[in-house]
Every structure is written in C-alpha cells, then in structure tokens.
Design a binder for this molecule. Structure first.
Ligand code: MLT
Length: 325
C-alpha cells in the first residue's frame, strides 16, 4: 500500500477508534444548550424544562447559555460552528430553523444541512395580545382599533425572522397595518414591555402569554389555532372570532452537523423520554403547548419538518413583504 494511503487509512482508523469510546462514554461532562433568545421566553422555558429532565436521564447537567440577537440567528450560527462532539447543542425554533433563510441572504447556516437534527421539542400556537388598557374587547373590535390607530402603535417582536416577527407581519399584512416594529432579543423582554405599556400589541406564543393572562397584566383576543386551548378555555380561536389567521410555532433541538450518530441517538432518546414524562406533558398543557407524537418527534421527523417548513414559510414571508429592513 502506498505511504499516503497507509497514512490516510491509519488516520481514519485512529479517528474511528477515538469516536467509538467517546460515543460509548457520552456524556461524561456537562452539555451546553444554546438558547438563541433571552432567558424567560418561550424557547428558554421549553429548553430548561426538557433540559432538566434530560440531565436526569443522562447523568450530566445541561447548562443553558442564552445567546440572543438577529432573530436568534446569532446563537444558531454559534451552534452550527461548535465542535461536533455532543457537548454543544441548541434549541432553535420555527423562526431560526425555517424563516431565517428567506430573510437573511448571508445566513451562515442552512437549517436543513448544518445540523444533526435531534428532535422536535414542542408545538405552540400564537396568540393575539395587547397591552392591558387597550379599549377593544373582542378581536373584531381590536382590528377596528388597529385600522384607526396602527401607524401610531408599536408592535414588539423577538428580532427579524423570529416567530413573533413573522407571525405579526403576516397578521399585519393581512389588514395593511404598518405599526412601528420594535425588536427585542426575545419575547420575554417584549412581553415585559407590553405589560409596562411601552409597546401596544404582539402576536406571540401562548406559552409566553398565558402566565401574563392569568396574572391579568395583558389582554388576549384570540388563539391563532383551529381549537381552543385547555388552559385558556374562554379565549376564542381566530376562526371563532371571524378571522382567517392560524399560526403555529415549534421548537427543535439540534447539534452541529458532524456530531456522531451514536451521540445524536443518545440525545434523541433522552429528549423523547422527557416528552413522555406526564409532568412535562401537564406543564405543556398549562402553557398551551403540546409534545410531538412518538414517530414524528425524532431526528427524521425534525428533518422533514424543517424541510417542509422552509418550503411552506418562504412564500408566506415573500407575500407578506417581510424583509430584514
Ligand atoms: C420568537 O418569537 O421567535 C420567540 O418567542 C423567541 C423567544 O423564545 O424569545
């Protein structure tokens, strides 16, 4: 065998020998989970909820690192470029993993190709909410109120390409509303300003708004889903309120693309165990969220969700005239 070939096959063998015990011992130290939005928001809440359960399954702590900015694409870029050793993973969402490519021409990752997909974490419908002293009582009244006032009002979102940005712009485009758009590093921060009255309205995940609705600090007009939420039984769906507008969010756990398959399988199994836990399912219901079904939740289910959502959402973004400006 020529020397160069012997060298290459020797290196491949060494690599293979290194990765087998590494995967077999995995994890033997804490795992960093990048959350590309602010602490306390929807992505952060579900990442910590399932991360805590996964820590118990894996016998190692999952440490959340919040890296917000640019609609979550800063944190996801960091995740895509991390060492593919299973010790840096991330929880992205429908925005970072399906809307971002249509909005960021220089995006430094491809949601379908730059990650090893671990699994879908949850699905959550958006809700239409406004600051507490908004005069409208129903969604129809709120839309009339927006018709008269939209140019003077502020709409808060989690950055260009985030779910709250895209769902809000689809909603606004439907009626021709052009509010002042105010970006935050996550909807935890935006909701805080909605409570404080610095911004006027949002289309945000039920997961983020339910605690505020229960505390009576903001108003809700409708849940943008075909069915009412168990945790908000008195809140109409958009359809019941006479508006054709449904928008569902999801979160996804990913690892850098060359993470060994054995390690991805360990993570996917731990995530699946978390989703099967009745305590997590109960918390999801309280937050208006739901766990994906068994066969759809793992790496293959997430890969097809990402691919189909990029295909579905790109024309929606173009039609709504959403841009990075
Ligand atoms: C979003 O709008 O994309 C999310 O609500 C962001 C977040 O998790 O804060």
């Amino acid at each position: 065998m020529p020397f160069a070939c012997r060298l290459i096959s020797g290196s491949l063998l060494a690599l293979a020998l290194q990765s087998v015990p590494a995967a077999a011992q995995y994890p033997d130290k804490p795992i960093t989970v990048i959350v590309p939005f602010a602490a306390g928001g929807p992505t952060d809440v579900v990442a910590r909820l399932v991360g805590d359960h996964m820590s118990r399954t894996l016998g190692q702590t999952l440490v959340v690192e919040n890296i917000g900015g640019a609609g979550g694409t800063l944190g996801m870029t960091r995740a895509a470029q991390a060492q593919p050793d299973g010790y840096t993973i991330a929880v992205g969402n429908m925005g970072t993993q399906s809307a971002a490519p249509a909005l960021y021409p220089n995006l430094r990752y491809d949601p379908a190709k730059s990650f090893a997909q671990v699994g879908i974490v949850n699905h959550t419908p958006q809700a239409i909410v406004a600051k507490k002293d908004t005069p409208a009582k129903t969604l129809k009244e709120f839309i009339d109120y927006l018709k008269a006032n939209h140019t003077k009002l502020a709409y808060g979102h989690a950055g260009v390409g985030s779910i709250s940005h895209v769902s809000g712009l689809v909603f606004n485009a439907k009626f021709g509303f052009t509010p002042n758009l105010v970006p935050y590093r996550g909807t935890a921060l935006a909701i805080r300003d909605l409570v404080g009255g610095q911004i006027d309205y949002m289309v945000d995940q039920s997961l983020n708004v339910i605690p505020q609705i229960q505390a009576g600090t903001i108003k809700i007009y409708a849940v943008a889903a075909p069915e009412r939420l168990l945790s908000l039984p008195d809140v109409p769906t958009t359809g019941e309120a006479g508006i054709d507008f449904n928008f569902s969010a999801w979160n996804a756990m990913v690892a850098p693309k060359d993470t060994p398959k054995e390690i991805v399988a360990v993570l996917a199994d731990a995530l699946s165990k978390a989703l099967d836990d009745p305590a997590i399912q109960k918390r999801y219901i309280e937050l208006g969220s739901s766990a994906p079904k068994g066969a759809d939740r793992g790496p293959t289910g997430l890969q097809s969700l990402v691919e189909s959502e990029v295909t579905r959402i790109t024309p929606v973004i173009k039609a709504a005239g959403v841009s990075t400006n």
